[in-house]
Each structure stands twice: as structure tokens, then as C-alpha cells.
Design a protein around this ligand. Sequence first.
Ligand code: AMP
Ligand code: GLY
Length: 417
Amino acid sequence: MNVILIGGGGREHVIAKYISKNPKVENLYALPGNGGISKFAECVKISAEDIDGIVKFAKDNAIDFAIVAPDDPLALGAVDKLEEIGVKCFGPSQKAAEIESSKIFAKELMTKYNIPTAKYKIFSKIDEALSYIAVSDCPIVIKADGLAKGKGVTVAENFKQAREAVMSCMKDKTFGKSGERILIEECLSGPEVTVLAFTDGKTLIPMVSSMDHKRAYDGNKGPNTGGMGVAAPNFYYTDAIADECMKKIFLPSVNALNAEGRTFKGCLYFGLMLTKDGPKVIEYNCRFGDPEAEAVLPLLESDLFEIMLAVREERLSELEIKFKNAASCCVVVASSGYPASYLTGYEIDFGDAEKIPGVEVFHAGTKREGEKFFTSGGRVLAVTAVAEDFAQAREKAYEAVKLINFEGARYRTDIGG
Ligand code: AMP
Ligand code: GLY
């Protein structure tokens, strides 16, 4: 089969590596891919957001199957447009992807179908939003409705921060149209869990749970990032909680999307908080998390491409999906300055990191020149180690990270700590 993989981060690197093990994948192209992905796929200079360019490439190259991994092309309807020209896709339609691209849609869906989540109010007028926060208790959470590259959420500790967040969304239009409407939410507390699940709209199979570390610095300090590291499985996610989530959150979410005529096929991401009143949904994403995918997919024993085909063809119930009885630790190595501005173009020295058994180095922001690799993004590498238990996985991941060098390389030292 001729296959295209849309995207160019660490998540796409792990997907490329695992699907290329399947002999059905004869020709794999990544649009645009990155340095690491180029070891498994031919990288083509077409942006993940250039939907017309992607569709033209698929037509010109007789593509049979597409994996649309990032949120932006899913929100722009890449799957609908590729399916229209006969390309089968792993990933949700534009209507189903709205579960991520509109937080207001997701909230209204949860309310309608009794799926536990934080209490909220929707605002489209600055004055009304400001009057509401003036009489609310802090902390309080302000969220831009639309996609905002992971930066649209503020957990405001006091009225001043809440006011600034409202002004930034609605007056300064920091997130453009995404911030025209906002949500103001009750602030929940408790451990956070990510559960990624394969679903074809009929069956839902959760993957191993995980814990992302969103803040930039040790001790969960500093600004939010796309994710600085992951521990999997998540220590807090017991079997009893998993059962409760299946009954009260996962299956009701799939059923709700079906009932709304927005059947979801692909990977549904549940961002959960385990509150004292039970698990609640913080957010849905319509795709694999990044870096969660780099920690969770290495624990998958079954063939990823077969699962993706089964999801598309609605035969997920026929598969037995197995995970290793092991743990993984993923540490992101970032450019100095990330998530604010940073410099790129530094050569990466991997040392012998990749020779450590159980260690895989995924490229998030690199470019390749011959056999050399250079930094090209904020998050540069996602270094994952798999071992029998988490303590060993963590030790190996850090052993590998310490062997890697590039100018300004920075990482958190407390992933899963
Ligand atoms: P998001 O961009 O939706 O993933 O949100 C970023 C982070 O903000 C989450 O991982 C949580 O840590 C935090 N957050 C979002 N909503 C809430 C909430 N209602 N209560 C407490 N924390 C929240
Ligand atoms: N790591 C969080 C996300 O992928 O949205």
C-alpha cells in the first residue's frame, strides 16, 4: 500500500517507526516529516495544514491510506477531503474532530449526555465575562474556545490573572477567532491522567494510561508547554478507576458522538482529572497526544498499522489488542528558551544513547543533512525507555538523555518523580 502520514513531530516519528514494520506499508511518505522520520519515510515538503497540497499529493501518488495525526489538519477537514477522493484514513472527520477544536462544543456535549466535567459558563462579551469573574472565587480557569497551540488555557490564581486572560482572548485577540468565545470553568484538583483510546465508533479500546508533564520546569513550575515528558502507566489510574471511566466517560462519549451524527474513528484522547468526586473530563483531543504517543505506543505489542486499518473499516471488535506488561518513561529534550523563543540549527550529538537496550530516541523538532541531525524546533527529542517497571524505565531514559548533547539542550529531571 502507498501510505501518507501527516505531521512532523515526535508523535509522527513513533507512528512512522511502528507502521513501517508492517509489510503492507510498501511506500510511506511523511508530509512534512522531520529528520528522524526520514529514516522510515520519504519526507515531502508539504505542510500538515496545506490540505489542498496534501490532497493533490495523494492523487498524484496513488495513495491508498492516510494517517492524519495532528489537530490542525483534522480540524481543517483533511480526512473528509481525502476520503472524498477515495483515500482511506485513520483519523476523525471534521465534524467529529470538533470535540477538540471547539471546547464549547465538547462541554455542551458532555452536559447533554451527563459526562462528568467541570462546571462552566460560556461568554462572548468581555463585560459579561469580567462581571462574572468579579463575583467568582479563585482559582478559576479561563479557556479560549478554539485551537490555540496548547496555550489557550489559563488557571488563574487571582482576579488580576483571570482578568488578563479574558482581555488577552477577547480584546487583544491573542488567539484570533479561537478566543472570540471563551469558557470560564470551575477549577478542579487531583491527579491528571491521559487515556488514549482506539475507536471505530462501535468499539473502544483504551491504551495504557499515562501522565503528561505540561509545565516547563521541575516541580511543575513555569509556563505550560506541549508536554515535557510522560510516565506510563499512570500510577494513579487503578483498575477500579479504569472501569468507572469506561462506564461513565469513554463509552458515553463514543455514544454521544454517534447520537449527534459525528461518529468518531481514530484515536480519542481523554484528558482526565481524578477529583474527590470521581474522574472528570478536563479535555478531549481528537488524536494521539504528543508526547503521550511516544510513551504509550512503545508499550503496544500488537501491530499498529493493522489496528489503524481495522479502525477505518469498523472491525476493531475483531482484534485482540495487546500491551506489554511493562512501563515507559519519556523525557523531552527541548531547546533553551522553549516554550518562549529559542534558537535552532544546532548539531545534535546522540552519543551512544540509542544503544541502551529498551531506549528509543524520537525526533520532535530536527532536520537531517546527510547523516547529521540539527535542531529545528522547541521540543527537539523525546527519549523513551521501556523496562519491567517504571523505576528502571526512568533510570534508563535519564541515562540516555545525559549522553545526548546539543547547544542549549534542556529537560526536566523529575518525569514520573
Ligand atoms: P488543556 O490545554 O485543556 O490541556 O489544559 C491545560 C491544563 O490546564 C490541563 O492539563 C490542566 O492542568 C489545566 N486545567 C484545564 N482545565 C482545568 C480545570 N477545570 N481545573 C483545573 N485545571 C484545569
Ligand atoms: N500532550 C498534550 C497533547 O498532546 O495535547
